[in-house]
Design a protein around this ligand. Structure first.
Ligand code: ADP
Ligand code: F6P
Length: 324
């Protein structure tokens, strides 16, 4: 028989993402509306192990839906990667009467949730990462805001790049995933998009392309470089030396992780937060909330973590034609 859930916890883990606050608010309010007690766990799994746990009320999540970051803070926690740390975490949940936990984070955080589920704490994952690199879902909290922030910044870089007839390398976030780079590449009309999943490291091809574009009368040349490719500053120096075209690199960095969430991030995060609570109320555990083919769905975490995500071949191919 499914365990009756009376008290739930919510935490944010891994890199923060705009919209996490909307998800926390949804968990708290949906939980309270369903007659549950809701506890906020600060600083991800680190806060769980340190027992940084506080009661949440409908008012404790007032005025946060529009704010970036996470009011619960986030952290990375090595101790929780050990079986001792995980057992301690489950014992702390029991001590505080927490029957179920909602973990808002990425794949790493879901692995932690999986471990807690195996130790008898009902867990539900909600996908939160600006990188969009969670295979089971077409949407992750924060991607929409981050990609719009990056797009607006790159528009500004393009203005000055055109005025000075320069080549601009813009490094966007995505250590292992090129989604922000690909989307900005298309949205900003970049001449080249370098993705960790695709780049062949043939810099000569890039150099030839810049020279060719100049001959065709292009006044700027935008290269979007995903963080996972790295080396943007030195790449700019090498490209300038080889092409004679003044080249500058800009690393957008953490500004992409902050800021007010877009309407899409607020609405999807709110819906996913409520969905996660509803799963717990149904006695479900070891599930992750996802958005797939236009619908909110859920998957077994083990199944979700085993899925592979590929960059859209079609979008990548058309991005090259669009840059002619
Ligand atoms: P994300 O959730 O964004 O992928 P990380 O990979 O940094 O971020 O993971 C966040 C936290 O989740 C880690 O610091 C750790 O506490 C926990 N975690 C990650 N992998 C595991 C694992 N294999 N087992 C238990 N906990 C894990
Ligand atoms: O949030 C995702 C992400 O921004 C990745 O693109 C990046 O590699 C990583 O987080 C960097 O985060 P931190 O510097 O906080 O470890």
């Amino acid at each position: 028989m499914a365990k009756e859930i009376k008290t739930i916890g919510v935490l944010t883990s891994g890199g923060d993402a705009p919209g996490m606050n909307a998800a926390i608010r949804a968990v708290v309010r949906e939980g309270i509306a369903k007659g549950l007690k809701v506890k906020g766990i600060k600083r991800g799994y680190a806060g769980l192990l340190a027992e940084e746990i506080e009661d949440m009320s409908v008012r404790s999540v007032s005025d946060i839906i529009q704010r970036g970051g996470t009011i619960l803070q986030t952290a990375r926690c090595r101790e929780f990667m050990t079986s001792e740390g995980q057992k301690k975490g489950a014992q702390i949940c029991e001590k505080h009467g927490i029957d179920g936990i909602i973990v808002i984070g990425g794949d790493g955080s879901f692995q932690g949730a999986q471990k807690l589920a195996a130790l008898g704490i009902n867990t539900i994952g909600v996908p939160g990462t600006i990188d969009l690199d969670i295979a089971c879902t077409d949407y992750t909290i924060g991607f929409d805001t981050a990609v719009n922030t990056a797009m607006e910044a790159i528009d500004k870089i393009r203005d000055t790049s055109t005025s000075h007839e320069r080549c601009s390398i813009v490094e966007v976030m995505g250590r292992g995933a090129g989604y922000i780079a690909l989307w900005c590449g298309i949205a900003n009309g970049a001449e080249n998009i370098l993705l960790p999943e695709k780049y062949d490291h043939d810099e000569q091809k890039l150099i030839d392309n810049i020279i060719e574009c100049r001959k065709r009368g292009k006044q700027h040349h935008i290269i979007i470089n995903a963080e996972g490719i790295g080396d943007s500053i030195n790449m700019a120096k090498r490209i300038e030396a080889a092409t004679g075209v003044e080249t500058r690199a800009t690393i957008l960095g953490y500004l992409q992780r902050g800021g007010n969430p877009t309407c899409k991030d607020r609405v999807y995060a709110s819906t996913m937060g409520c969905y996660a609570v509803d799963l717990l109320c149904q006695g479900k555990s070891n599930r992750v909330v996802a958005y797939r083919h236009g619908e909110y769905v859920d998957y077994d975490i083990d199944e979700a973590l085993a899925m592979q995500k590929e960059i859209s071949e079609y979008q990548y191919e058309i991005s090259k034609n669009l840059a002619i």
